[in-house]
Ligand binder design. Sequence first.
Ligand code: NAD
Length: 437
Amino acid sequence: MRLTVIGTGYLGATHAACMAELGHEVLGVDVDPDKVAALQAGRVPFHEPALLAKHTASGRLRFTTSYEEAAAFGEVHFICVGTPQRKDSEGADLRYVDSAFASMARYAGPDALLVGKSTVPVGTAGRLADTHAAEIAWNPEFLREGFAVEDTLRPDRLVLGVGSERAEALLRAVYAPVIAAGTPVVTADFPTAELVKTAANAFLATKISFINAMAEVCEATGADVSVLAEAIGHDDRIGKKFLRSGVGFGGGCLPKDIRAFAHRADELGVSLAFLREVDAINMRRRDRVVELARELCGGAVLGARITVLGAAFKPDSDDIRDSPALNVAARLRLDGADVTVHDPEAMDNARKAFPLLGYAVSAEEALGGADLVLHLTEWPQFREISPDTARSLVSRPRIVDGRGVLDAAEWVAAGWEFRALGRPAPGEADRMGRLKR
Ligand code: NAD
């Protein structure tokens, strides 16, 4: 089939390359000419650049800035533009979605199917269907950055929000190899399809903030949240995934999606106030890291040399949108610390967004002369750092593990003062776990 993908950011670029991988001819469209040029040259925001290179080289995948060209190219148009938080409220900014649908509807022929993939407030698809003559469907996306290609080619499920048998048949034809491989398909009306995505993100955010709220209780009592999480995670009904306490979630999706969901619920007269608490718990974890940094630096970070390991909001991505690591780094810099950041992939993006932070080309360089180390993005490379080697590089061996994955005993044995969120500092609690306060 001949498909277009409108909006070629993290979601759209992945979708375009994966649709080509499924055997379709694909034209990607973006309003940003630099992005179009970068993609055409093989620079991608996901981990398998070879996938894009293979399909651009064969001509099966191309990129353009022209909607007219896109409308003439094919029948099924996937709309993957951004839905960031509005500047004046918690709600989603639908300008890009509205504009992409309007542009496509203007040029598209009578047989065109416009398929929304962006995450939108419930009611958006219905509103667009009432506004434009072209047929509309909603096919929300669940990919995780870092596993984007895998998640697109082998998703847990496909959700098809459709208003006609024809739309469903077209989408089933697009995804035929994925469906043939056994992926469950859920067909739904527009509002249900939209809600599947926001509900899934709300649930995941709630699970993370639940364990982080437990971390706060652990900090107040001398209990250990990592042991707590392991023990409750053995219960199948709870499960272990998304139950690691740390500096919390960030990125271009979860934070803005839960805010937009709570905002939309208010408009509908339904209370999802708990999502605001989920958000608040999440932000408090960043405060806690800043607090720990101050504590470890003797009350103030002014003049302290602080190394931040991580800039991306999660490993295996260069995405720094609402990154907890950079948020903490910037706050410490504002407090007068001399902050040096290292990240395996996100350095260019971080430098552009936070030009006043220091940057080091390697973890070793970043550690040189540090008074305090903060481990804030869970890259496997950081877990492999030897505490002994790191000890020989820093000025003062003090570390906060903001992701709860480093082996405390190993770091302490190498002479480090070690702190993690939701866990007593080694030596802080007595044999029965009672705080020495
Ligand atoms: P992004 O900011 O990386 O990409 C959006 C792209 O759309 C940009 O390249 C921008 O230039 C382009 N664009 C904006 N207006 C346009 C227009 N009128 N016509 C053509 N292109 C236009 O955003 P993203 O992370 O890819 O997210 C896109 C949507 O997908 C959001 O709704 C997001 O919530 C959702 N989503 C993202 C992910 C993810 O992991 N990033 C996962 C699932 C769903």
